[in-house]
Design a binder for this molecule. Structure first.
Ligand code: GDP
Length: 299
């Protein structure tokens, strides 16, 4: 399905790399083989931890034997599946609607697009939603989100440029209650210059939402760009810590030949990957599922 298409680039690299290790008659699992396997796994950006674990597992199961491609692929797939087994794309739900979802992330990470896709996903399941344009410092962000709301056919709450994002968040929650929406999805600012201020702002947003609707927000989703390097990931950790994130939307996984990056991201953030972005279109996002993901990496 979508995951398989989205991970085409990774599969081309990893699949070809692993296949190249074998001849039709199989290959003896010795130190040479294990070293080569490790190097190829590392190329997917899965990180030394997971790559080492997979190598050790292959060593334990097969050392001194001649193995075939399928056996090794099965071991790799199994390991990845186990590492990610707790992750799934199910969103937390309020005891009674609306469920409030706050979306945070660095500018350019794909935050607006991800909100559009998530909204479309929920609306196509029959839910009524309200969007909140909480990134009030970027006129373009408000415009973009307004365009998404028109495409999707849902309500949006905006404020004048530069208005306190917390007031937009409050009004969005209020609106969701008023019209009996199932979900309120609130955008937030994604600038990085002033970590302290950002933290205060996010805390204030959470406070006012909770005041309007005790227990909200029910989800705080961090949007991460899968093609960004380690540096961007470190920066995003600031967001994650400040915002009390509950899950990750990993965007642009289609743009990367390094789909293995899901593993270290999962490890570093200690947050479940809930959705993955697999293209620019409105349908190009899928709920994360470890089995489908593991299979799509190598199949
Ligand atoms: P924001 O600044 O974080 O709100 O980022 P945008 O939502 O405006 O996205 C930045 C760019 O990334 C845009 O050109 C999007 O079309 C693109 N983009 C977002 N998500 C994906 C994805 O999953 N795959 C691809 N290929 N592009 C994406």
């Amino acid at each position: 399905g979508k995951m398989k298409t989205g991970l085409q680039k990774t599969r081309r690299v990893l699949g070809t790399d692993i296949r190249d290790l074998f001849k039709a008659e199989g290959r003896l699992v010795d130190e040479d083989f294990l070293g080569e396997l490790y190097a190829r796994l590392i190329r997917t950006d899965m990180g030394a931890g997971p790559a080492g674990r997979i190598r050790d597992r292959v060593a334990k199961d097969f050392r001194g034997r001649v193995v075939h491609l399928e056996e090794v692929v099965e071991t790799i797939t199994q390991d990845i599946r186990e590492q990610l087994k707790q992750d799934h794309g199910d969103l937390a739900k309020a005891d009674s609607p609306p469920t409030v979802i706050l979306v945070v992330g660095v500018n350019g990470s794909g935050k607006t697009t991800s909100i559009g896709k998530l909204s479309h996903h929920l609306v196509s399941q029959g839910h009524k939603i309200v969007l909140g344009a909480g990134d009030t410092f970027r006129a373009a962000a408000v415009e973009q989100l307004t365009i998404w709301s028109e495409r999707i056919g849902c309500e949006i709450v905006t404020g004048p440029s530069g208005v306190d994002p917390a007031s937009v968040a409050y009004q969005t929650t209020e609106k969701a209650v008023e019209i009996g929406a199932d979900y309120a999805i609130i955008d937030t600012a994604g600038r990085l210059q002033t970590q302290g201020k950002l933290m205060q702002e996010l805390e204030k947003i959470r406070r006012v939402i909770d005041k309007k609707l005790p227990g909200a927000p029910h989800e705080v989703l961090l949007v991460l760009d899968a093609t960004a390097g380690q540096n961007a990931i470190s920066q995003a950790k600031g967001f994650s810590n400040a915002a009390g994130c509950t899950g990750i939307i990993l965007s642009k996984l289609d743009g990367s030949a390094k789909g293995g990056v899901v593993l270290p991201i999962r490890e570093q953030f200690e947050l479940p990957v809930k959705f993955v972005g697999l293209g620019e279109g409105i349908e190009d996002m899928t709920k994360f599922d470890p089995d489908t993901f593991a299979a799509a990496l190598l199949e």
